[in-house]
Design a protein around this ligand. Sequence first.
Ligand SMILES: O=P(O)(O)OC[C@H]1O[C@H](OP(=O)(O)OP(=O)(O)O)[C@H](O)[C@@H]1O
Ligand SMILES: Nc1nc2[nH]cnc2c(=O)[nH]1
Ligand SMILES: [Mg+2]
Length: 167
Amino acid sequence: MTDRLPHEKGFHVSWDQLHRDARALAWRLQGEGPDEGGWRAVVAITRGGMAPAMIVARELDIRMVDTISVKSYNHQTQSEPKVIKSPDMDVVGDGTGVLIIDDLVDTGKTLEVVRKHMPKAHIATVYAKPMGRPQVNTFITEVSQDTWIFFPWDMALQYVEPYRGKD
Ligand SMILES: O=P(O)(O)OC[C@H]1O[C@H](OP(=O)(O)OP(=O)(O)O)[C@H](O)[C@@H]1O
Ligand SMILES: Nc1nc2[nH]cnc2c(=O)[nH]1
Ligand SMILES: [Mg+2]
């Protein structure tokens, strides 16, 4: 068990921002497939990879979409990652021509486990922290290791006190 608190900084991502960044990822991945037919399939790492994977699959017109489920974090506390659901191995094989998508890489432990399942796959994340960068083939935005990324599905709009009137 690794206690990852405290994170010095917070990086808050809105739905708009996530949509833009996931589309930028798709743009970068376009034409990077192993042959002219493009990518054979997308595998989303649940749960955080599902929204970016849907956006990438839409932009690159990939209809074959599967999931791999890796459990490791409970809020901000990490334990050893375990694959609790595999993709259809008849479809993904050794990963050739397969695009694996996650929302972010932090320590890289999740991707280490995923790569063992599909060693030839191309791994892409929207966000990356320095420790996990070696595990990723393509990403869009890097944030520092002491930053916690907050995704729109973990947040809600709420009232804030005006500056004047506090304390
Ligand atoms: O590089 P690592 O240190 O392994 O961390 C990255 C993983 O952590 C988060 O998933 P989480 O395990 O919290 O599950 P979730 O996607 O279901 O929220 C995130 O979505 C990545 O999959
Ligand atoms: N939401 C979120 N999940 C994570 N899992 C590992 N690192 C992070 C992070 O910075 N944000
Ligand atoms: Mg995840």
